[in-house]
Design a protein around this ligand. Sequence first.
Ligand code: 1CP
Length: 316
Amino acid sequence: MRQAGRYLPEYREVRSRVTFEELCRSPELCAEVTLQPIDRFGLDAAILFSDILVVFDAIGVPVAFNPAPKVASPVRTASEVDGLRWGRAADHLDYVYQAVRACKRALAGRVPLIGFCGAPMTTASYMIEGGGSREFEHTKAMAFTEPALFGRMLERITTLLVEYLAGQVAAGADALQIFESWGAAFAPDDYRIHVLPHLRRLVDECKPLGVPIILFVRGNASLLAQAAELDADVVGVDWSIGMADAIEVVGPRRVVQGNLDPLTLLGPPELVTAKAEAIVAAGRRARAHIFNLGHGISRHTDPAMVQHLVDVVHGA
Ligand code: 1CP
């Protein structure tokens, strides 16, 4: 959940010298910022420094980060979809695989490394909308008016993502996390029809890679239930549902990950302690629980509060 991110002064120092794009394309710098939160806080796993949108590079869709992502030429019509560079696209992402290797070398076995990608719809939405969105109207218009085209686009993205995650595992990633950050854009029935089949294929085709798969879905309880139908090893839970309720939804035989509201870290330490301990207590009802934030960390977070949180969780 943005372990490196803009709240760390040592990350901002690196970013003052290079752009975000340069950082993502420099394996040694990726390794440096991937390890920053590990060195500072003693976290139990590292997540590769990259972004879910670097895959656009592979298919020839330029994206700028300022820092919010912007796609100047959105992809919405059949000719725009079919005109992208789909064949062996994941081969163009060698710089990410190099970054995975550099991270593994630098970690030297200290903690596992999590590779990641966006889920098919979350990834596609940035291409279709031209950047982030509130309403996802172009994405939904495409799904509702041209379901075959929308399906073809998600199918091709899914194929790319499978190859991409396989490349990360071949380079040394110990686990994979799939981010469905914007699933709640769709009503539950529409999600099941237009989106879930692709996410299912992504999970199923990544299972043979032999590493644990964490599926993070942000949205609502209905989406969480759909995510739990899939064969991911871990269901990531966002902060909008209580952990006890989330475990009711996904069942006690599931491993869960989550789910402190990241903005809790802007409150006093006693509040962070109480909230974290409550989540750890609730998580004991699951088969296993990986403590994490329930979404990305805010840039206004005091690193000392993150250290406090890590200490509370380790002591619980
Ligand atoms: O340096 C900067 O100013 C850029 C800020 C930034 C960072 C630190 C962006 C742009 N991406 C990242 C890194 C990142 N993104 C990681 C690396 C690991 C880490 O630092 O912990 C990961 C795992 C992501 C994943 C990501 N990117 C998601 C999925 C998770 C989530 O937050 O829901 C999404 C949706 C993105 C798109 C994206 N990239 C950057 C921003 C600001 C955004 C979000 C834009 C939006 O809200 O639509």
